[in-house]
Design a protein around this ligand. Sequence first.
Ligand code: NAD
Length: 344
Amino acid sequence: MVYCVPMPCDSDRLILVTESQYIKGETVFTRTPKGWVCCGAPAEETMLAKACRREKPFAVIVGVEPYRGPLYESLPRGGVIARFGVGHDGIDKALATRFGLFCTNTPGVLEDSVAEHTLGLLLTAVRGIARADEALRRGEWISSGGLELRGKTLAVIGCGRIGSRVARMASAGFGMRAIGCRAPLGGSDPIVGFEKVTDRWAEAVSDADFISLHIPLRPETAHYVNSLRLAQVPHRAWLINTSRGGVVDERALYEALKNDRLAGAALDVFEREPYRPSGPFCDLRELPNVVMTPHIGSSTVEACRRVAERCLFNIRAAAECRWSEMDLLNPDVLNALSLREAHR
Ligand code: NAD
């Protein structure tokens, strides 16, 4: 537990940081700029809201947990909900705007870490590294085969910051062919590192050896990878997911893996985190062709430090009315706040 009693400070300069984010960014959070104090707090929404009503912080820094209600009314108008990371599906931006709260995230500082983890998962899966390690520890010496990456086709679904990094690393580093799949009508992403970019899933995956997901979780992308889309994938393909668990229908994935309609899966994110099967008889942990990590794609020392620094930057920018410098997710909040509230 890292919950701390705030040192005496102006509550206008107090930031509550949810527990695992506090641990990840501790070196930064314990050396805040003069006058600012960061304190560990529980992540669960009702407990965090209670801590906010008691301590009256200016801002909270939160992880991937869903925040849907009590947190918003427990923060002061003009305050900040800062996401420690990029994906902001856990934050209700419309509700935040209604309560006059700024929502921020931290794009541009963790892409390399997530892209590296994606390729690490890919290699772990295709060379059977996790199983070989387990077997060796059991005293077995099994020299199982694997596949080479050079010349293989990687379908990258979502050609934004992380997807395009993965494509570049895979093509320049491993000599893979990267085929991009971007959002229909969402054509402004740069296409560096891709051999080809399409907006059609079936075309992107038709010849894929690996499919790597890098799309955000939104209502329209929930269960994006479903049984229909899985049926269009070559049976030899591996699915890699370091985006959000909710973009994959895990029951459909389990069925495809169980019935050899997919070679395997390497997953960092899940529909329910910490991982629980999304229903009876579909526990992905039982399948030998699945590699799983506990949502650690961006959890490197370097990325955590940069993310923590960027959270504090955004919060201070809000306090100092430097809104154009913030990674603001709900710019309409500026219309919702009166001038006096915005200039606290
Ligand atoms: P980004 O916004 O830069 O890129 C996402 C891309 O997906 C955009 O280009 C968008 O146009 C595209 N897209 C949206 N819907 C699509 C669709 N239906 N088909 C094809 N493309 C579509 O985001 P990013 O920084 O690259 O992050 C990607 C995801 O990675 C985020 O959603 C985030 O949740 C996740 N993430 C995971 C970790 C981790 O630790 N595993 C860390 C950071 C981010």
